[in-house]
Design a protein around this ligand. Structure first.
Ligand SMILES: NC(=O)c1ccc[n+]([C@@H]2O[C@H](COP(=O)([O-])OP(=O)(O)OC[C@H]3O[C@@H](n4cnc5c(N)ncnc54)[C@H](O)[C@@H]3O)[C@@H](O)[C@H]2O)c1
Length: 254
């Protein structure tokens, strides 16, 4: 028996068309899961990057919008069944000194990172509890949930909030058999960190010193952590953060 077999899992992942999300989706499919991919990207663009598979379906919706999320869960249930693992993975980052941080961008970031995760986790729990389903919520946080990092303070705040959210769902819903955990990546060489690395010299200077293992993280290493956490091997885990960060959270380095 393969302990990482996911063939009984129906996994919903928000932000699944993003740079890391795409890799996670492929890895979950490879392990046998059915995967409902959510994002705000138009269908044609999503179709161009997502694997063509009967077991993978795309559902375009704004994860911060409660009615859209409820409609998305209805559509996922009809197409694949009610997800038993829900990954709150969508996110955004913005880099500005705290003194210049535009409040409109602050609000958007909190909406995408914090509100969307709450809305999606809430909708999942509302469907699981009456049917006695022992579902699993997985939140993508970041090593910066516990480490202040210059110029992305609202992002670090949002990831701390997601960690607190995960622990809150885990504590409150444990008696229903519902579990919640987080995966905290480090500095991944794709997606938002790569964009910052390419465009912001001060970020690049700091980031290049901040990884004790000495090299940028691969998205596959994040996807491997998802496979483990989605599998039955992680059944006794709840309320915890799986740090997969090359030691970044050991920062500051001297
Ligand atoms: N890249 C890194 O180094 C890194 C490190 C730690 C954590 N993370 C986290 O990993 C996750 C993915 O990051 P990424 O680097 O792949 O970024 P990305 O920008 O490539 O992907 C984010 C995805 O979220 C989607 N999205 C945005 N708003 C949405 C909404 N309202 N509803 C649904 N989807 C929405 C975007 O369209 C995008 O496809 C984020 O939560 C991020 O905070 C990334």
């Amino acid at each position: 028996m393969n302990p990482l077999d996911l063939s009984k899992k129906i996994i919903l992942i928000t932000g699944g068309v993003g740079a890391i999300g795409q890799v996670i989706v492929r890895m979950l499919l490879k392990h046998g899961a059915a995967v409902a991919v959510n994002d705000v990207i138009p269908e044609a663009e999503a179709a161009a990057v997502l694997p063509a598979s009967e077991r993978a379906r795309y559902f375009r919706a704004d994860a911060a919008h409660a009615e859209a999320v409820a409609a998305m869960f209805d559509a996922v249930e009809s197409a694949l069944g009610l997800p038993n693992v829900v990954c709150c993975h969508a996110g955004m980052v913005g880099a500005h000194p705290v003194t210049d941080y535009p409040l409109a961008e602050y609000d958007k970031l909190m909406e995408v990172n914090v509100r969307a995760a709450f809305v999606v986790a809430q909708e999942a729990a509302r469907r699981w509890i009456p049917r006695g389903i022992a579902g699993h919520l997985i939140f993508t946080t970041s090593w910066v949930q516990d480490v202040p990092w210059p110029e992305i303070t609202p992002y670090t705040m949002s990831k701390s909030a997601m960690k607190a959210m995960m622990r809150g769902f885990a504590r409150e819903l444990a008696s229903k058999g519902i579990r919640a955990n987080a995966i905290a990546p480090g500095i991944v060489g794709v997606g938002m960190a790569k964009r910052q690395w390419d465009t912001d010299p001060s970020y690049r200077a700091r980031a290049s010193k901040a990884i004790p293992l000495g090299y940028l993280q691969t998205p596959e290493s994040v996807a491997d952590a998802f496979v483990f956490l989605c599998s039955d091997m992680a059944n006794y885990m709840t309320g915890t953060t799986l740090l997969v960060d090359g030691g970044c959270s050991l920062y500051p380095m001297d």
